[in-house]
Design a protein around this ligand. Sequence first.
Ligand code: FE2
Length: 500
Amino acid sequence: MVALPDIQKTENIADTSKSHGNRTILVVDDDAATRDFIADALQQSGFLVRKAANGLEALQIIRTDYCDLIISDIKMPGMSGIELINKVKEINPAIHIIMITGFPNIDLSISAIKAGAVEFMPKPFDIDELIYKVNIYAREGKLLSEDLKKESIATLKLKQQLHELSTRIYIYDQVEKSKDSNDQIFEEMVDLALKLVTGENCAILLYDVENNRFNAKTLRSTSLELYRHVILPSLSNIFREVIRTKEPLLLNSDEQNQITNSLICVPLMIRNNAFGVLTISKKKSGVEFTEKELSYVVTLSKRASLNLENKILYESAYTNIMDTFNSLTTSIQARDNYTQEHSIRVTELAVKTARVLNFPPQEIESLKVSGMLHDIGKIAVQDRILLKSGTLTEEELAIMKEHPVIGESILKPVLLFDHEIHAIRHHHERWDGLGYPYGLSGYDIPLNARILTVVDAFDAMTNNRPYRKAMQEKQAIDELRKHCDKQFDKLIVEAFLKTL
Ligand SMILES: [Fe+2]
């Protein structure tokens, strides 16, 4: 049930204590809870707030009063958010509109941005982020509105810049929220690219270095067979050049063969290696692509490449390398049962601790690697020392203490493990600087290394060793607590103890 338009129902709320120059924000949403939630947050940030339950109410307010910015739901009974944008733009073209929706999809967001929304936020959104964006756009909206009265060229420029900004932010958001498989990301990329620049044919081609050829990953074309078998092969030298130079390319008809009249080709990069290209050709309108359109596609490819980086690394090269290293740790197990099982337990404990500390997923993945491989340097320690049941001599201990550095040198050729190497190299450092191999102290010790130190010590204490019996868990906990701020980072110990 939607409330009838009633201007008396809309409310003005102001908090002059931290006012934003009395900027007025209109919140339009048929869902009262969402409307109030946003309005309260805005009010607390010092904005004047007006509320409307539907498009008609919103239009009444805009016709009679000045608003700096509108936040509107898209799906509302009666007038949709997109219709509202169009009507609002007729009344006041300068006003900025942020759209929110519980049903996000690419088409909807493209429609919203094309209609003139400056932002498109899927629900549930971060209220702080919304307030941040309101702060920026309410300010820009005011500037724009004053300039519009002068009808100057500068206004148009400003409008263009604002539009560019919103397009880029939109690309970022789209790519950011994509958590799908690589194949789906490629599909989404070509769809998005085609919409951004209104191309006709679009493809993502992966480069096969060994055979110096391209494999089509994702294709879109109005004449697919022609595109796949004639157009793309004819352009392969151009694509190779993009791979070689790692530079985006914009070619127009007089500069190339006649098969396409305008072409964009950008490299897809992972860790400074071009692994493929995204190419779009032939403007639907027959008009050539512009530098700005090229820059949109570059933004898209850079953002998507970053997103792909983790996935591709972790799924292909990463898997192979992990298999190799796992077999290395297994070979340690052939000599020393303890190291392999210890590594598995240390990894589990480290990951649990990292979760307590709210680590992002990529850091958790990194800890899995460094946890499994933290003692890989022990592969170089002779049996007589590694398996010795008595106390180690000073000389033997010195050899044993080389394992973090040996681990580092084993992993160093694998560029993918750059981050993990830091944790492995320093997992025997102490908070007070009395550890090894470098005697780092406090926050100079990499965070992941500090986690490994704590869980490594706990696991060593609570398991039987050739030279001593396992401690009770409680006793080990006491030891960790006792050595906080000496051997261990207290915050890590506290986080770890929460996992037990
Ligand atoms: Fe170790």
